[in-house]
Design a protein around this ligand. Structure first.
Ligand SMILES: *Cc1c(COP(=O)(O)O)cnc(C)c1O
Length: 365
């Protein structure tokens, strides 16, 4: 089976470097918030071009801690999209706040900024802007809109490590930015991991306290709303080994999407937009009416696909009823994610393209 993201091949290609990183931690005997964490936080901040980053347990915690840092709380409303896997919704709901969903623009499948004015209320405290599938949403537009209304901007960069527009990386635009290092992400650990980035020293200090019980100093709790959400030294060491490879991996991902675009151009499917620097091609998502039939045909041909994501947040069983988001709902019925990871060979891409073309011919309608 050709996987959509073969992590064995991805991490296997870096075997010696990863073993050296893990060995370093074993020999040092320091496992939580030690020198690897400090070094990774500094190196990742430098890579992003921000004042600092705070490493945490995972990407959903990063979103939740970002919201807590801004003192968003019960009854407050947070604007976000409903097509990004429920992670932001989970974080918003965890602090007792209410997600208010904004529909998407169908070509990019990113938040449609033209709909923000209709969604904002006096209770709106923050906007979580997701850079979906690795392509940057309109961060400049969202920032201008939020600033003018005194609303905080949190970027969800869990799929967009390294994306850059106008010389600025994703994660350097908002008040705060959340990253995940889940193994499948463009920069992935060998387990869970996350980080929050910011240019605001005060917010960074609050984050450092909130990720560790609200401590002001050891055993001295000074902040309400603290958690335990830390990154292991082992994962920090792994991420330090992988970070220098990120730009190269992202370039290869873009080339993969370009090859798919050329090979599938005449099928009438909606293809990913041409990827530039502001797109790190985390997922190669196409749209087609005969999605389910084509997906079955690809599986029969030994090619794994996925749907990111099958159930929009507002239609999950735990969501408040009565919300309608036509473009988000249409997208969920027609999206299909094709294999895309840096080690995927041109021959394998061509094999996927051939299988797509055969399936499309069979299920044209
Ligand atoms: C993966 C992901 C997250 C959550 O990350 P975890 O580390 O799995 O909690 C958040 N937002 C988006 C868009 C993601 O893809």
């Amino acid at each position: 089976m050709l996987l959509i993201n073969d992590l064995g091949r991805h991490n296997g290609a870096l075997d010696a470097e990863l073993r050296a990183a893990i060995d370093r931690v074993l020999q040092r005997g320091y496992y939580i918030l030690g020198p690897e964490n400090q070094a990774f936080e500094a190196e990742f901040a430098q890579y992003l071009g921000v004042a600092g980053t705070v490493a945490v347990g995972n990407g959903t915690d990063a979103l939740e801690l970002a919201l807590r840092t801004l003192e968003v709380g019960p009854g407050d409303e947070v604007l976000t999209v409903a097509n990004a896997g429920m992670y932001a919704s989970t974080a918003i709901r965890a602090i007792g706040a209410v997600p208010r969903y904004v529909d998407i623009e169908p070509q990019s499948m990113q938040l449609d900024l033209r709909l923000l004015d209709a969604a904002v209320t006096p209770r709106t405290r923050a906007l979580v802007l997701t850079h979906l599938y690795g392509r940057m949403a309109d961060a400049a537009g969202a920032l201008a809109w939020a600033r003018a209304r005194g609303i905080a901007l949190i970027e969800d960069c869990a799929q967009a490590h390294g994306a850059m527009r106008d010389g600025r990386r994703a994660g350097s635009w908002g008040d705060l930015a959340a990253f995940s290092f889940y193994p499948t992400k463009n920069l992935g650990a060998l387990g869970d991991g996350g980080a929050v980035a910011s240019n605001d020293a005060e917010l960074l200090e609050r984050l450092r306290s909130l990720r560790q019980y609200g401590w002001r100093g050891k055993y001295h709790v000074g902040l309400e709303g603290g958690r335990n959400s830390r990154l292991d030294e082992l994962q920090a060491a792994v991420l330090r080994a992988k970070l220098p490879h990120l730009d190269g991996w992202n370039a290869r991902r873009r080339a993969i999407v370009q090859r798919y675009r050329a090979g599938l151009a005449d099928l009438g499917w909606q293809l990913p937009l041409p990827p530039g620097d502001d797109d790190v091609a985390h997922l190669c998502v196409v749209r087609l009416a005969a999605r389910d039939a084509v997906r079955s045909a690809l599986a029969a041909a030994g090619i794994a696909t996925e749907i990111h994501y099958p159930i929009p947040d507002h239609l999950q069983s735990v969501a408040a009823p009565g919300v309608s988001l036509p473009e988000t709902e249409r997208a969920a019925q027609t999206i299909l994610t094709l294999p895309c990871f840096p080690e995927l060979s041109d021959a394998e891409i061509d094999q996927v393209i051939a299988a797509c073309r055969a399936a499309a011919a069979e299920h044209a309608a």
